[in-house]
Design a protein around this ligand. Structure first.
Ligand SMILES: C[S@@+](CC[C@H](N)C(=O)[O-])C[C@H]1O[C@@H](n2cnc3c(N)ncnc32)[C@H](O)[C@@H]1O
Length: 251
């Protein structure tokens, strides 16, 4: 299958599609790696949580050539893109469902220095996020760091007008990206579905996400409380555009 498919092209198309949702996505990724290095030093072990096609992992291999990198995700199709495009002895892509206790077994023994994630943890509900934070609290070494660039609502119950404002601003950013010709999420997936070589992986994907259920969308407060409760000593937002936050926590 791999000889027929332009894997690098699919990754590039993914990156372009995702950039429509996360303003300054490339800069955000570079900033995250910079923050990791400043807070925790060049990491010995680094995790790209819900890595998709390896977006952060690929950049981390270039920035930290000595680092052992693990990218985790549940989607077999996106993981295949990751494996096909970021093949390097220092990086490994593994399957894990962040909603399942013990998902971190794929990391093997010991702690890690840094965990980064982007536009993914909003797929979890608040209880799952809390469990993930607890796991990361055990898995990230003291002084290590967790960074997440993602949608975190301000909370329709907590600050209804401010929450609505950030969603409105977010929707305008998305609309402007798509009006400017950036491909949207659905179009990317429809194109993938039209590629016969992907049929098996996409069927498996559908099965794995069949029970994707979210009780309630996570809020910034959920994230702050979960990571404090999990033993992180400093938890703060380092950047915000509309409902997208660059969230940081030091273990
Ligand atoms: C929008 S993509 C972002 C991927 C990548 N971080 C990026 O920025 O390009 C969201 C990712 O979260 C993953 N994901 C969602 N729920 C998950 C779960 N329960 N366990 C593992 N991965 C999950 C999806 O499979 C998908 O790859």
């Amino acid at each position: 299958m791999s000889h027929q498919v332009d894997w690098a092209g699919w990754l590039q198309r993914w990156d372009e599609q995702q950039a429509g949702y996360l303003p300054d996505r490339e800069e955000q990724f570079q900033l995250m790696l910079e923050i990791v290095e400043r807070l925790a030093g060049p990491p010995a072990r680094f995790v790209d949580l819900a890595c998709g096609p390896g977006s952060i992992s690929a950049r981390a291999t270039r920035r930290f050539p000595q680092t052992e990198i693990t990218g985790l995700d549940l989607d077999p199709f996106l993981l295949e893109i990751a494996r096909q495009t970021t093949a390097s002895a220092q990086v490994r892509f593994a399957e894990a469902d962040l909603r399942t206790p013990g998902w971190d077994a794929v990391l093997g023994d010991g702690q890690v220095d840094a965990v980064c994630s982007a536009t993914a943890l909003h797929w979890l509900d608040p209880a799952d996020l809390e469990a993930v934070a607890q796991t990361l609290g055990r898995r990230i070494r003291p002084g290590g760091v967790f960074l997440n660039a993602d949608t975190m609502r301000l909370g329709p119950d907590e600050v209804p007008r401010l929450d609505a404002l950030t969603v409105e601003l977010r929707d305008e950013i998305w609309a402007s990206s798509h009006a400017g010709g950036v491909e949207d999420w659905q179009t990317w997936w429809d194109a993938a579905a039209a590629e016969p070589a992907f049929a098996e992986l996409l069927a498996e994907r559908e099965q794995r996400f069949a029970n994707r259920w979210r009780g309630r969308e996570i809020t910034l407060t959920d994230a702050v409380q979960s990571f404090r409760k999990a033993g992180f000593t400093e938890v703060a937002v380092l950047g915000q555009v509309a409902d997208k936050h660059l969230f940081a926590a030091i273990r």
